[in-house]
Ligand binder design. Structure first.
Ligand code: CA
Length: 223
């Protein structure tokens, strides 16, 4: 098992390295963002431990870039106690777990073991139907390589449709998953949103992907 540690505080970095090496992991250290990004890309690591406050490129930028490039390696981020906001951003950007400094080394080892057991991250699992691509880590949607801007609800609806591609989703299912509400009062809203989505995803963009099943619901699938 190979682990990359990207951490600019020398003391913390060597402390982590020593502990990991005692557990027989192979460890590489990087003390700076740009180098960390390059190493993570090139290195075929089983785990990346990434401090968020780094010189050069921030840990968050490193993380976002790696997930955009579909690197699925599990990533554990390290944050200072004062960086609650960063932690949330990190998890949203596709980190698998986090640890707040200062931490007990046993806890770091336990989390590392858990992530290594779990294997490649599915946070960054790209969803694709034909040329429509949705990246849950960055929330980017493209069709035929063109970026599509969606509102929060449109995005949630599309992600639900794509995660269930080929499967018919009834209006009550959509109401519950996307709006977290009961269906009764909701009929029109769903149809209206599906239409918004259709205009952005399908209209003038080649093969139709969102299909209506009269009286039943909707399905997203290739022609
Ligand atoms: Ca730091």
């Amino acid at each position: 098992m190979r682990i990359l540690v990207v951490e600019d505080e020398t003391k913390v970095a060597s402390f982590i390295r020593r502990a990991l090496e005692e557990e027989s992991y192979a460890v590489d250290l990087c003390s700076e963002g740009v180098a960390g990004l390059e190493r993570a890309r090139a290195g075929a690591y089983d785990l990346v431990i990434l401090d968020l406050m780094l010189p050069g490129l921030s840990g968050l930028e490193v993380l976002t870039t790696l997930r955009k490039e579909r690197l699925l390696t599990p990533i554990l981020i390290l944050t200072a106690r004062s960086e609650v906001d960063q932690k949330v951003k990190g998890l949203d950007a596709g980190a698998d777990d986090y640890l707040t400094k200062p931490f007990a080394i046993e806890e770091l080892l336990a989390r590392a073991r858990a992530l290594l057991r779990r294997g490649p991250s599915d946070h960054a699992q790209i969803l694709q139907v034909e040329d429509l691509i949705l990246n849950p880590a960055t929330r980017e949607v493209t069709r035929g390589g063109q970026r599509i801007e969606l509102t929060t609800k449109e995005y949630a609806l599309l992600e639900y449709l794509m995660r269930n591609a080929g499967r018919v989703l009834t209006r009550p299912m959509i109401a519950e998953h996307v709006w977290n509400l009961d269906f009764d009062t909701f009929t029109n809203v769903i149809d209206v949103y599906v239409n918004y989505l259709r205009n952005k995803i399908d209209r003038g963009r080649g093969a139709k992907l969102i299909h209506t099943l009269r009286g039943t619901g909707y399905v997203l699938r290739a022609q």
